[in-house]
Design a protein. Structure first.
Length: 365
């Protein structure tokens, strides 16, 4: 190994994986641009060890940093050094051998193997908020890696990706809408038994009836805007609404009392699906805006035949050939039908939507 005359130096911790050294450094955000100067995106796929940069992702991550300025968080960037580098420990003792300085030769190329979108977004955020400059992100460096080495590392790092379930993400989120729906569930004996807080796809053996992601989306339909300033004030109304809904859906109560299988209800009824919850949220918004008596009005939900086989009410709205249909249009058409049974007048826009639906359905007969 040739001595390094000039290069970039970082305080670092040295570790060992599969017999090879790697180094962890805390890199000031302002230095990222100087460290990662080589753009692999211009190379053909066989000559690089990274996917192409998706420019559409950058603004989303940048806005996350700027909007969460006081509590954003990032995992480490992984990088490979193709060229000379050296590690100088601070002393001779075993623990001192693991702490020191990583020096990267100025002629070495440093490639991002994992985290290119984070890096690009941070650089954009720095342009808008220079106070980020002295904050740091951890970088894991693998030294003396060839293209073939880097391609293998990229493949191995992405070998077993697991995307966080949407329901669990909402449960852990600190957005006002997430806090509101989570609090409604936790404070309700019935909903806490019926709602799955971690999974968005319920298997046949699940005893839960609906998902947190579905209830969260439906709760967002209840109010014009849910913010950090108003979500606590909205909690009593949201709680009252969903308690009344649960109490007036007999099959939900059967599941709550362990008198019916949650799987059977999901299979046979439309009211245990996200699209119908969204429709109920839309109905609830109008009831709240008109200061209606929720208990009185929502008792009428008992009149509805929620069976998926009830083609008169649901076919073409939220059911197509026996299968559930989940879209904003399906939610609106389902909401319109629910309003019919609650004796609520349609708005002019809703009436146009309903006329269009009836014309299309009658034309297909």
């Amino acid at each position: 190994m040739n001595p390094i005359i000039s290069g970039t130096s970082f305080p670092a911790i040295r570790g060992i994986q599969s017999g090879h050294e790697y180094y962890i450094v805390m890199c000031p955000l302002k230095r990222l641009k100087k460290v990662f100067t080589f753009d692999e995106g211009a190379l053909p796929v066989e000559a690089r060890a990274q996917r192409s940069l998706n420019a559409d992702r950058i603004p989303e991550i940048t806005n996350y940093i700027l909007n969460q300025r006081d509590n954003y968080v990032f995992s480490a960037i992984t990088a490979c050094i193709d060229g000379e580098s050296t590690f100088a420990p601070i002393g001779e003792q075993p623990h001192e051998q693991k702490i020191g300085s990583l020096i990267i030769d100025e002629d070495a190329d440093v490639f991002i193997t994992d985290g290119q979108h984070r890096n690009a977004a941070i650089l954009k955020a720095l342009e808008q908020d220079p106070t980020l400059a002295t904050e740091t992100i951890s970088v894991v460096f693998f030294a003396q890696k060839t293209l073939e080495d880097r391609q293998k590392i990229f493949k191995d790092l992405n070998l077993y990706p697991v995307k966080t379930d949407r329901s669990l993400s909402i449960t852990y989120d600190d957005k006002a809408s997430s806090i509101l729906s989570k609090t409604v569930i936790v404070n309700s004996v019935k909903l806490s038994k019926l709602v799955h807080m971690e999974e968005s796809n319920l298997g046949p053996r699940s005893k839960k009836l609906i998902t947190h992601s579905a209830l969260n989306k439906a709760t967002s339909e209840l109010f014009e805007d849910i913010t950090q300033e108003n979500h606590k004030k909205l909690l009593p109304l949201a709680t009252k609404f969903w308690d009344a809904v649960v109490s007036n859906l007999p099959v939900w109560m059967f599941v709550y009392k362990d008198e019916m299988s949650a799987h059977d209800v999901r299979k046979e009824c439309i009211n245990a699906h996200s699209v119908t919850l969204q429709a109920l949220g839309m109905v609830g918004k109008q009831l709240l805006e008109n200061n209606c008596n929720l208990g009185k009005e929502l008792k009428k939900l008992k009149k509805l035949n929620w069976d998926r086989s009830n083609k008169k009410d649901w076919e073409g709205r939220c059911v197509v050939n026996g299968a559930m249909r989940n879209s904003s249009v399906a939610a609106k058409l389902t909401m319109i039908r629910i309003k019919h049974y609650l004796d609520l007048p349609l708005t002019q826009k809703e009436q146009i939507e309903e006329n269009k639906f009836l014309e299309a359905r009658n034309g297909n007969k």
